[in-house]
Design a protein. Sequence first.
Length: 201
Amino acid sequence: MRTSVAETLTEAYGIAADPGALFEEYLDFARDPANTYRGTASGEHFTASGFVFNLTLEKVLLCFHKKGQFWVQFGGHIEPEDDSLLEAATREVKEESGLANLRPLLPYPAELNRHELSDAFGKCRAHWDVGFAFEATEGEDVLVSDESEDVRWWPIRALPANAAPLLGQRITAGLAAVDSLMTRDTGISSGSNVTGRVPRI
């Protein structure tokens, strides 16, 4: 990638009011030359994902993951052709949802989450995920990729019972980041007027 994970995190969280407890751990992991985007000897690596909200920010588009057997946001591995984490997240969302019109709510990550993986994920033992927030029109056609069994909009206040662990907390953190960064005097323009639309959940 032309823009490294460390550069993205430093730029993004340098303007955040609260970078979160994982920020320093992510930076250390990103700066370790032994760690690559695709994998390490320990089976841990970075991934990029996207939380896709409708225009009122009251619903989120999720896929039912075939390996994990849970509802989760779209995301996956960073490919060599991805110039940035945002580009990787955008590509993953479009590939797994079929959405053609996808708009980032922020140019920076909305939240961070490191999670262990089950044996169903093969050699991958843990993902250091970098989550971005997007918006899309709810009526746009979606598709189900080979990695999923279903794709569906869900109210953020009524997520499915078989959602991925901590999905609700991640969505809450992502919306809080959108609300915080878009209402502070940061000079950021996402191209979308989200101020005042973020629901309290």
